[in-house]
Design a protein around this ligand. Structure first.
Ligand code: SAM
Length: 257
């Protein structure tokens, strides 16, 4: 079914297997479908569950408390990221951190790791557990909005000194003090050129509002992270995250049609 002919613009992420012809319960969405979206039986919504496809669900029953539907069509999408990018984001003030989660999802981040560093405001890492469910909801909403089918993964928060570059991953750390470091664009271009077809998964680490300490940067470099600059100006941490992600994803072809 063509994009134009797909009669459902409201997308919902569900954690269930989906199959054309199957009936499905929409009870969890009944209030939203009636009171917010003002849909009626016969209308349709889109379900995604991370398998790279969109499923057209025709609403068969709809009351404020109860709703049901039937899956009547499926189509594959090419919206999920092909280049695996992990963002290690040092924790920021709540709204800024959540902004990075939302924008990073739109730009194609595959995994987020909240990091507690020396100058992080919210600490220790365990104190962030209470935020996990809320952050997962933000990743799902951004997935539903931007056309992905698979939300990014959200790792448990870690202390910076426990952060290592996973095997086979090329890790960049954005550091405003990196006078002699390459720009992030040149750095990733060199990595992709050298790797050819076998381009590695990428990782980007961005500091907190107060920045990373020199010791922290030294430790990260010793663990294999490559320092990169994002230019001569000091960017706010959330700006640095989005700028860095955009360059890495653009170089990886993820911002192409
Ligand atoms: N250390 C500074 C301070 O004293 O206020 C600024 C920290 S900056 C607001 C927050 C984070 O954004 C930094 O830790 C770094 O990861 C990233 N960042 C900001 N500007 C950058 C630049 N020009 N190059 C590389 N990273 C940058």
């Amino acid at each position: 079914m063509t994009h134009e002919a797909w009669p459902a613009r409201h997308r919902f992420f569900v954690e269930t297997p989906l199959r054309v012809g199957a009936a499905c319960s929409l009870d969890a969405l009944a209030h939203q479908l009636t009171a917010v979206l003002r849909l009626a039986p016969g209308d349709a919504v889109t379900f995604v569950n991370g398998d790279g496809c969109e499923y057209l669900v025709s609403v068969t029953t709809l009351t404020p408390r109860h709703a049901a539907g039937e899956i009547i069509a499926v189509r594959s999408t090419h919206t999920d990221p092909r280049r695996h990018l992990t963002l290690y984001q040092c924790t920021l003030k709540q709204d800024k951190f959540e902004w990075v989660l939302q924008k990073g999802t739109e730009l194609g981040v595959s995994r987020f790791v909240p990091v507690v560093s020396a100058r992080s405001i919210v600490r220790p890492a365990a104190a962030l557990r209470s935020k996990h469910t809320r952050w997962l909801a933000i990743l799902r909403e951004a997935t539903e909005q931007c056309g992905r089918t698979r939300p990014p993964e959200l790792a448990a928060a870690v202390e910076l000194d426990a952060v290592t570059v996973p095997a086979g991953v090329h890790g960049f750390v954005a550091w405003e003090g990196a006078e002699s470091a390459p720009g992030v664009d040149d750095a990733v271009a060199a990595v992709l050129r050298a790797a050819g077809e076998e381009a590695p998964p990428l990782a980007l680490l961005v500091g907190p509002e107060g920045g990373l300490t020199d010791d922290e940067v030294r430790t990260l470099v010793a663990q294999g992270w490559q320092t990169v600059t994002l230019g001569r100006r000091i960017l706010r941490a959330e700006t640095a995250a989005v700028a860095g992600i955009a360059v890495l994803m653009a170089r990886s072809g993820e911002l192409d049609a």
